[in-house]
Design a protein around this ligand. Structure first.
Ligand code: BGC
Length: 279
C-alpha cells in the first residue's frame, strides 16, 4: 500500500513537472532558483533564494547551487545564469563575482556534484530570452536589445527572438569628465545609488549610454530590465533616445525563467561527460 502511495507520488510529480526545467540565477547578493513551466514561462513552485557565499568562489557557489537542486529534489536538466561572458558552459569574465571564476567550467562543476546536466548562460542573455518569449518583447520579431540595470549593466541582443550571446556592451568605455570610464560605473543602478545621483543625472548618463549602443548595434527596440525596471515611472519620461524603449515586465523573475529556457535548449555535451564520471 505504502509502495503504491510512493509510486503514485513519483508519477504525479513526473506529470506535474512535464515541460518544467529548473532555472537558477547567480547574482552578487543572492542565488535564486525555481522550476519554470516552459510553456507559460510561469514559476511552477515557490522560488528559493540563498545569499551568495562570500567570498563567492566557484566551489562555494557550486555548493549553494547544489543545495537549491536538493531543495527541489530536482532530477533533470538545469539552466544557470551567470554574470559574465560564457562560452560552452565556461566562464570567461567575472566583473562582479570572484576572479577565480575565469576559466572555470561551471556546467561541469555543477554536474560533477549533482549528477544533473547543466547549461550555463550569461544572466542578461537569460533575461533577454525570457522577455522576448514571455515578457515585454513577446510580440516583437525584429532586432531587440535588452539592458539589465542592476549591480551590473548587462545586455542581450536578440534577432527575431534568437539570441546572439555575450554582447557585454555594459563595459564599453564612455567619456566622462575628460576621462574614459566603464559604462557600468556611470549607468548601472549600483552607480546611481553609490554616487547618490538624482534621477535626472542618472537618466542623462543612461540616455548617453543608450544612444552610444544604438549607434553601434542599431537595435529597433530597447527593453530596460533589472532591478531598476520597478522604478520606471521615475525615469522613463527622462530618457532621450531615438528608438523605441520598453520596460521589462517579468521583473526579477526574468533571469530564472531565461536560465530555464537555456537549460532546456543548450547542448549538454560537457555536462553529460561529467555525469558519466559521477555515475
Ligand atoms: C557583467 C555581465 C552581466 C551584467 C549583469 C556585468 O558586470 O559583465 O556579464 O550580464 O553585469 O549582471
Amino acid at each position: 500500500m505504502e509502495r503504491v502511495g510512493y509510486l503514485s507520488l513519483v508519477l504525479m510529480s513526473a506529470v506535474s513537472r512535464k515541460n518544467t526545467i529548473l532555472g537558477i540565477d547567480i547574482g552578487g547578493s543572492g542565488i535564486k532558483g525555481c522550476p519554470v513551466d516552459l510553456k507559460t514561462g510561469e514559476f511552477a513552485e515557490e522560488r528559493l533564494r540563498i545569499p551568495t557565499p562570500q567570498p563567492a568562489t566557484p566551489m562555494a557557489v557550486v555548493e549553494t547551487i547544489s543545495q537549491i537542486i536538493d531543495h527541489f529534489k530536482w532530477k533533470g536538466p538545469v539552466g544557470c545564469g551567470f554574470p559574465g561572458v560564457i562560452h560552452r558552459n565556461t566562464v570567461f569574465t567575472s566583473a562582479n563575482l570572484d576572479d577565480s571564476f575565469v576559466g572555470f567550467d561551471l556546467g561541469n562543476g555543477i554536474s560533477k556534484i549533482t549528477g544533473q546536466p547543466v547549461g550555463v548562460i550569461n544572466d542578461a542573455d537569460a533575461a533577454g530570452l525570457a522577455e522576448m518569449r514571455f515578457g515585454a518583447g513577446h510580440d516583437f520579431d525584429g532586432l531587440a536589445l535588452l539592458v539589465t540595470v542592476g549591480t551590473g549593466l548587462g545586455t542581450a541582443l536578440l534577432y527575431k527572438g534568437e539570441l546572439i550571446p555575450n554582447m557585454e556592451t555594459g563595459h564599453l568605455l564612455m567619456k566622462h569628465k575628460h576621462k574614459l570610464v566603464d559604462a557600468e560605473s556611470l549607468a548601472a543602478d549600483s552607480a546611481r545609488r553609490a554616487q547618490d545621483m538624482s534621477w535626472e543625472t542618472w537618466a542623462k548618463h543612461f540616455s548617453k549610454y543608450l544612444n552610444y549602443v544604438h549607434a553601434l548595434v542599431r537595435p529597433e527596440m530597447f527593453i530596460i530590465g533589472g532591478g531598476i525596471a520597478k522604478k520606471a515611472d521615475k525615469f522613463m519620461k527622462l530618457i532621450k533616445c531615438d528608438c523605441e524603449v520598453r520596460v521589462a515586465t517579468l521583473e526579477n523573475k526574468a533571469g530564472i525563467i531565461g536560465a530555464a529556457v537555456a537549460g532546456a535548449e543548450m547542448p549538454q555535451a560537457t555536462s553529460r561527460k561529467a555525469r558519466k564520471k559521477a555515475d
